[in-house]
Design a binder for this molecule. Structure first.
Ligand code: SF4
Length: 471
C-alpha cells in the first residue's frame, strides 16, 4: 500500500547536457544496481508503479551505477510458441522506460539478448545447479498448476531462475557491491541466485583453509564452533594427520556452502576477534569468481485494475502510459468502487474501493483526505469522486505521455539508445566472462604454459583447484 503520494517523474526530457553527464560519470560509484523487465508490450500503470519509481530514485543518486534491461530472452521461457511480437514489445518497453524518466546518460539501458555472455553464463551456472532447487521454486509449481494455454513443461521454463541469476551476477565486480531492488515476493528468487553463485564459487573459485589450523588447537576449536562444523573437537589430536585434515576440510567446505562464504567469514572473524586471542584472522582464504548479489527491499503500492482484479492487459482492466484523456475518462467512469455502496446515499468504504487506491497514487494529500472523509458519510458520490481521480491521473500521466509520443515518433532513437547501452553493458559482461572462463577451464594458464614450452604430460596446470563435485 502506498504511504503517500508518489513522486511524479521529472518534467524535462530525459538526457543530460554533456557537461552534467561527464560530472555524473565522474561520481564515485558505491554500488551497482541491476534490474530488468520482460517485454510484454506497452507498460500500464501497474507495471510502472511495480518498478519505475524505485528505479528513478536509484538513478537520481549519482553513487549508484544503474543497469536496467529489457529481458527479451525471458519472454521465451513461457512464450516460445509465438515470438512475433517480442521485438516490437521490446521497443515499446524501452520507449516507456525513457518516457518514465530513465536517462541513458545516467543509467545503462540495454537489451538482454544483445549480450550473448548472459547465455554462456546461464549454461555454466546450470551445470552446478541441482535440479531439486529449481523444482522447489514456489512460483514454478504454482505456474504449472494455474497457467492454462501455455506449455510450461520445458527446460527453459524450469531453468529461468538460472538465467535470472546469470543476468544479475554478470554485473557483479570484485570491489563493487551488487544490489537488486525487489519487492518482498521476489526475495526468494534472488536468494536462489545467491545459492547458485555460492555453489559455483565453491567449485570454481579459489578456496582453502589456513594450514595453521592443523597445529593450533585454539584456532581449530573456534573455527569448528563458529561455523558449527560437524567435527568432534575433543577427538582431534594435533598436529592433525592427513586423513583428519582432509575430513575436516570436506565438512568445513560443506558448511561454508550452506551458510555462504561472506557469512562464514563474518562469523569466523567475529569469534576470533571476540576471543581476544592473538591469532591470525586469515583462517579461510576465499577468492570468489562471481559476486553474490544483495537485495534492496522496495515498497510498491497496490494498483488494482479497473475491475478490482490484478491489473493485466489480458483482463482488459489497465491504463497504459500512452492512454488518451478520453480513454482514461471512459475507463475510470465504469471503474469498480466499493461493491457494497449501491445507492448515492449509502455511505461507502474507501478501504475496499479500487478507485480510492488510485486516488492515493495520483491525488494530492488534501483530496485524498477529503475523499476518505466524505465517502464514509456519503457527502460525495462515486461519479464525482472518480471524475476528480481521473483529473489527477490525467495530470500525472500528461508529461510521461508527451515524452512517450516524442520517442514513439523516433523509434530509431530508441533503438540507438538500446544498442549503445548494450554495447556498454557488454564490456562489463566480457570482463566477467573472461574471469569465469579462466576459473572453469584455466585455458589462459594452459596456453601460457604451452607457449613457454613447459607443456608436458606432467606439468600442465590444473584449472579446477582440486575441488571434486559432490564434496
Ligand atoms: S466515493 Fe470514491 S472512494 Fe468512496 S466508494 Fe465511491 S469511488 Fe470509492
Amino acid at each position: 500500500m502506498p504511504t503517500g503520494r508518489q513522486v511524479a517523474p521529472p518534467k524535462s526530457t530525459p538526457g543530460l547536457p554533456a557537461e552534467a553527464s561527464a560530472k555524473a560519470g565522474a561520481a564515485v560509484k558505491r554500488q551497482r544496481v541491476l534490474s530488468g523487465m520482460r517485454p510484454t508490450g506497452k507498460l500500464h500503470i501497474g507495471n510502472y508503479f511495480g518498478a519505475l519509481p524505485n528505479w528513478l530514485k536509484l538513478q537520481a543518486d549519482d553513487s549508484n551505477d544503474c543497469y536496467f534491461f529489457v529481458a527479451d530472452w525471458h519472454s521465451l521461457t513461457s512464450d516460445y510458441a509465438d515470438t512475433s511480437q517480442i521485438a516490437q514489445n521490446s521497443i515499446e518497453v524501452a520507449t516507456d522506460f525513457l518516457a518514465a524518466g530513465l536517462n541513458p546518460n545516467k543509467s545503462t539501458i540495454f537489451q538482454q539478448s544483445q549480450i550473448l555472455e548472459h547465455a554462456e553464463l546461464h549454461l555454466l551456472l546450470s551445470m552446478v545447479t541441482p535440479l531439486g532447487w529449481l523444482e522447489r521454486v514456489p512460483t514454478y509449481k504454482e505456474a504449472l498448476e494455474n497457467i492454462q494455454g501455455k506449455d510450461l513443461h520445458t527446460y527453459g521454463f524450469l531453468g529461468y531462475p538460472v538465467l535470472q541469476a546469470a543476468d544479475i551476477v554478470m554485473y557483479g565486480e570484485p570491489n563493487l557491491p551488487l544490489i537488486v531492488p525487489v519487492g518482498e515476493d521476489q526475495v526468494a528468487h534472488v536468494e536462489l541466485g545467491r545459492e547458485i553463485v555460492r555453489h559455483f564459487n565453491l567449485f570454481c573459485g579459489e578456496f582453502h583453509w589456513s594450514e595453521e589450523l592443523r597445529s593450533v588447537p585454539n584456532l581449530m576449536r573456534m573455527t569448528i564452533e563458529s561455523l558449527r562444523i560437524p567435527v568432534d573437537f575433543s577427538s582431534l589430536s594435533f598436529p592433525l594427520v592427513d586423513a583428519a585434515w582432509e575430513s575436516f576440510e570436506r565438512r568445513a567446505r560443506a558448511r561454508v556452502l550452506e551458510s555462504g562464504t561472506s557469512n562464514a567469514l563474518e562469523l569466523l572473524h567475529r569469534k576470533i576477534s571476540e576471543s581476544g586471542e592473538p591469532l591470525d584472522l586469515v583462517v579461510m582464504h576465499v577468492k570468489p569468481v562471481l559476486r553474490e548479489p544483495g537485495v534492496m527491499l522496495t515498497q510498491t503500492p497496490r494498483v488494482p485494475g479497473t475491475d478490482g482484479r490484478k491489473m493485466s492487459k489480458s483482463y482488459n482492466n489497465s491504463i497504459t502510459l500512452g492512454e488518451s484523456d478520453a480513454e482514461i475518462r471512459a475507463k475510470t467512469k465504469v471503474m469498480m468502487t466499493d461493491p457494497a455502496r449501491k445507492r448515492r446515499n449509502d455511505p461507502g468504504n474507501p478501504d475496499v474501493c479500487p478507485a480510492f487506491d488510485w486516488h492515493k497514487l495520483f491525488s494530492t494529500p488534501e483530496v485524498i483526505e477529503r475523499v476518505n472523509r466524505d465517502c464514509r458519510t456519503a457527502a460525495i458520490g462515486c461519479v464525482d469522486c472518480k471524475h476528480v481521480m481521473a483529473d489527477a491521473l490525467i495530470n500525472w500521466i500528461e508529461p510521461i505521455r508527451a515524452r512517450r509520443q516524442e520517442y514513439e515518433s523516433k523509434p530509431g532513437e530508441v533503438l540507438e539508445i538500446l544498442d549503445a547501452g548494450s554495447k556498454k553493458a557488454r564490456v562489463v559482461a566480457q570482463s566477467t566472462m573472461a574471469r569465469v572462463r579462466e576459473a572453469v577451464f584455466g585455458w589462459e594458464k594452459t596456453r601460457s604454459a604451452i607457449s613457454a614450452g613447459a607443456a608436458t604430460k606432467h606439468n600442465l596446470p590444473s584449472g579446477r583447484h582440486g575441488v571434486k563435485a559432490g564434496e
